[in-house]
Every structure is written in C-alpha cells, then in structure tokens.
Design a protein. Structure first.
Length: 262
C-alpha cells in the first residue's frame, strides 16, 4: 500500500485492514473472505430437507467438511503466504460505519458471506498475502439452507444498480465507494462478480484500494474468491484457477467423491 512501509507488522496490518473495513461499507475486508476466517456456525451435521422438486434430500456440507474441502496454500501463486484469521471485533478504534445510502449495506452480503444477511449453516475460509505485501487474496466457502444461496445473490443483484456510488463515514473520515458488476466466470450453477473501488478522504496517505469478488453457486454452497489490491484503486479479478480448484473440490464433497488436488 503506497505510503505504508513495513506492511507485515501487526500494528500496521491491523490499521490497514481497519481502513479497508471502514472504507468498504459494502464489505469488510477482514471479515469478508479476503482476510479472515468467518466464525463457523457449527460443525454438527444439519438436518437435510427434501429438495424443492420432491426428489432426494439435499446433501449439506458441515463446517468440518467445508474445512476439508477448502483449498490450501499451494493453490495460490508461488510466493504467496497464508495469514491467520483476524477478529476485527477485538481491534480498538473501530467506530460505527454510517452509509449515506443505507440500502447499499446489503451489497456487503456478497463480499461478506460469513456475516451475510442470510446466515450460513457453515463456513470456511483461507487468505494469503502477496510477496510484496500489496495484495490480499482469499477464498470463502459457505453452506446455506435450501435456496438461500440463490436468494443471497438475487438480493445483491437487486440493490447493486442503486449503489454505483455511495459514501461511508467512520470516526469522522469519509470514504467514497464505486461499485460495478463485472462478467463472471462460467462455473457452477450460477455465478456473479463485482468490483469495489474505495477512495479515501483528500490528504490521505493512500490513493485508495480495490476489492473484487467472484462468487459461484454450487447447489446450496456459495464459493467466493476475492482479491484486494492495496497498491491503488485498480481492480484485479481473483485468480480463475484458484476459483476453479475450489469449485471442483466443493462439487466432489457434495457428491461424496474423493477431493481433487487443491
């Protein structure tokens, strides 16, 4: 991130992630799949429910199964290193975020699956940092109840056109967000992608940052790959091979097959 040396230090990392969460308004970079592992909603197997078409019961994945299906560090580009989960709730100085268009907060559901408006039945996530400490990349997998995964994407599609530009204020600092939908990869049953550019107040030490998310639905599981460019407001899509590996592993887990390399 321009103007912030020693990004790996714990204090600076916390500050940067707090800024990202403050500026995002439509997604907290730490709690969203880009930099922290969402709190699992329990690893006990949920009770299956019949499918909508009267066919066999759906196969749900528990948090333990999602953890097992999650890609590992080897799925990221060479030199990237995974980071430990971070709980922003314990970080000091994080005041409430006030968004000038309250309905735009709903868009955070696509960038924050672990804390989405429709609670997941289980989650797992991994995040890695680039060798130059100027980017974060991560994957979140979240299992939902019957049809909830599709409803979550529909919610975001509905609200996003009204949130092309909005602002969020925290601790007296006003950030501007610009959001756009981008063409998704053709994977799974349904896919969606979006980019968020955050521009900080005038005089800030950084020129801003960009957060992109590609989400694929496989049955009742949402798979989200994110990429956060901390070096400026230029969006870069998540690695497609990373997303494809995760989709393949979730498909295998849902089918009860051995997991492919990941």
């Amino acid at each position: 991130m321009s103007g912030i040396p020693g990004f790996r230090s714990a204090a600076v990392l916390s500050a940067v992630l707090l800024l990202a969460g403050c500026g995002a308004g439509i997604g907290d970079v730490v709690d969203g799949a880009a930099a922290a592992k969402p709190t699992p909603s329990g690893s006990a197997a949920p009770t299956p429910t019949p499918s909508d078409d009267g066919g066999p019961a759906r196969r749900y994945l528990t948090s333990d199964q999602l953890d097992e299906a999650l890609v590992g560090e080897d799925a990221f580009p060479a030199g990237w290193q995974t980071l430990p989960a971070t709980d922003t709730a314990t970080m000091p100085g994080k005041g409430p975020i006030v968004i000038d268009k309250p309905e735009c907060a709903k868009a955070s559901e696509l960038l924050n699956l672990g804390n989405a408006g429709i609670p997941p039945m289980g989650t797992a996530a991994i995040v890695a940092m680039s060798p130059r400490d100027r980017a974060l990349s991560g994957v979140t997998v979240a299992a939902f109840g019957a049809a909830d995964a599709g409803r979550l994407i529909d919610r975001v599609r509905e609200v996003l056109p009204r949130c092309a530009t909005f602002s969020s204020t925290q601790d007296g600092k006003k950030f501007t967000q610009e959001t756009t939908s981008v063409p998704p990869v053709r994977l799974g049953d349904e896919a969606y992608a979006m980019a968020v550019v955050t521009r900080p107040p005038a005089g800030s030490a950084t020129s801003g940052w960009a957060h992109t998310a590609a989400v694929v639905r496989v049955g009742d599981v949402l798979i989200e790959a994110t990429y956060v460019n901390l070096d400026g407001p230029s969006p870069e899509m998540p690695d497609e091979d990373l997303l494809r590996r995760q989709v393949d592993r979730v498909k295998a887990a849902l089918a009860g097959r051995p997991l492919p390399p990941g």
